[in-house]
Design a protein around this ligand. Structure first.
Ligand code: ACO
Length: 381
């Protein structure tokens, strides 16, 4: 291959590597839809479990199907005794994302009876057990860190209500449950983003579902991807007040540091998820102790946009920017934000696992070699 003729697609930007029928990301107009339904409609009129079914199987479930899946997830979520023993043996300083990535392949994937899923796949049912269990593990980790025991799921509540019950020890309010559902629907799926692509690469090797999910969760943890939510909230807390935002942004840009939660590879206008999360954050924070935090975020967003406009550039908030304020108002500690993302996105990974397996080809790109030429390298004596 002639090095001068080779075009390098760094970061695979703009490269179409396959087809997908799961999510449509329309970066130019700021629209995101799952299986042809706009996320605006999904968050306004459908439950999290409805959307799980939709993303996995292509259409919204009947009431019976949604109930069966919800029940399966609730029955699968409590960590087993051996999983609790593993958790108890780990240093409390471990980040929740390390816990999720590390435990995923170790989860006991056995299930008694799966709901009648429209796809014949033991691995899918096992993947759904993992997905549900990750939520229980996250709640267990929160309790372990505080030396408390994990509450047991309440079979009269749905999966998401049970997550909040397990995590906080209290039955959730209607508002808390609605907030969680919307946030988790928005985080469920997003085309060939970095962690989903990691899932597809792992799937393409015919790795088992637990390895696929672990690879994807590890990839999500980086601050240029899922990890930006925690970083954005920490940034707002560090800035402290709206009046300090402009100086902070100026310094950041002068030092070529990134403002977390701003900018997106695909969206050239407002991220449609941020469009839903911002007013939600405002409603939750107004008149509460979190009001300054929200106003600081607004001031940072404005300052970044102004500074970028001066450079002839447009930049907008992405899904991560206001999500931290929402999660914070829900009582989720900031080091759990990315793991909350993971337990929502895991269903998207499973949908891509099915799609990749259905028409698989090993994903194996090439790199241009720029090291020493073997012909001219010194030969060992
Ligand atoms: N802060 C400061 N400058 C930025 C930012 C930002 N958040 N985002 C982009 N820019 C600037 C870059 O410095 C670059 O400028 P340059 O050409 O002068 O070097 C230009 O805009 C283009 O940036 P790229 O990194 O090439 O754009 P890319 O499409 O790769 O970036 C990304 C997308 C990685 C998300 C970037 O906007 C970023 O780092 N944002 C902060 C991290 C973040 O919020 N990640 C979460 C994304 S959403 C998600 O993954 C779920």
């Amino acid at each position: 291959m002639n090095a001068q003729q080779t075009t390098i697609h760094k970061g695979l930007e703009g490269i179409i590597v396959d087809r997908t029928a799961i999510a449509k990301v329309e970066g130019a107009i700021g629209r995101l839809s799952y299986r042809g339904i706009d996320i605006k409609e999904l968050t306004a009129a459908h439950s999290f479990v409805d959307c799980v079914w939709l993303v996995l199987f292509g259409s919204l479930p009947s009431t019976e199907q949604a109930r069966a899946l919800d029940d399966f997830l609730v029955r699968s979520m409590a960590p087993t005794d051996s999983e609790q023993r593993i958790l108890a043996a780990l240093p409390r300083s471990k980040h929740p994302m390390e816990i999720l990535q590390g435990l995923t392949p170790l989860i006991d994937r056995r299930f008694a009876d799966a709901p009648a899923l429209p796809v014949e796949s033991t691995e899918l049912a096992e993947g759904l057990v993992i997905a549900a269990r990750l939520a229980g593990i996250l709640a267990a980790w929160q309790h372990l860190r505080h030396g408390e025991s994990l509450p047991v799921p309440d079979r009269t509540l749905g999966f998401q209500a049970n997550f909040l019950l397990l995590f906080s020890g209290r039955r959730p309010t209607v508002q808390a449950l609605a907030t969680l559902q919307v946030t988790q629907i928005l985080q469920m799926e997003h085309g060939f983003n970095a962690s989903t692509f990691a899932a597809r690469v792992a799937t393409s090797t015919l790795a088992p579902v637990q390895a696929v999910l672990s690879a994807a969760i590890g990839t999500l943890s980086g601050p240029l991807h899922g990890g930006a939510d925690e970083a954005a909230l920490q940034m707002a807390l560090e800035i402290g007040a709206p009046a300090n935002a402009a100086d902070y942004v100026r310094q950041c840009l002068a030092q070529k540091r990134r403002i977390m939660g701003m900018g997106h590879r695909e969206y050239k206008t407002v991220d449609p998820r941020a469009r839903i999360l911002k007013p939600m954050a405002e409603r939750l924070c107004s008149g509460s102790t979190h009001e300054t935090l929200f106003k600081t975020l607004v001031a940072v967003e404005e300052a970044v946009q102004q500074a970028m406009a001066q450079r002839g550039r447009k930049i907008h908030a992405n899904v991560e920017f206001y999500k931290g304020a929402v999660m914070n108002a829900l009582g989720i500690p900031s080091d759990f934000f990315t793991s909350m993302f993971a337990i929502g996105r895991v269903y998207g990974y499973l949908a891509h696992f099915l799609e990749q397996r259905a028409d698989n080809r090993l994903i194996r790109p090439q790199a241009q070699y720029v090291g020493p030429d073997p012909a001219s390298a010194a030969q060992p004596e």
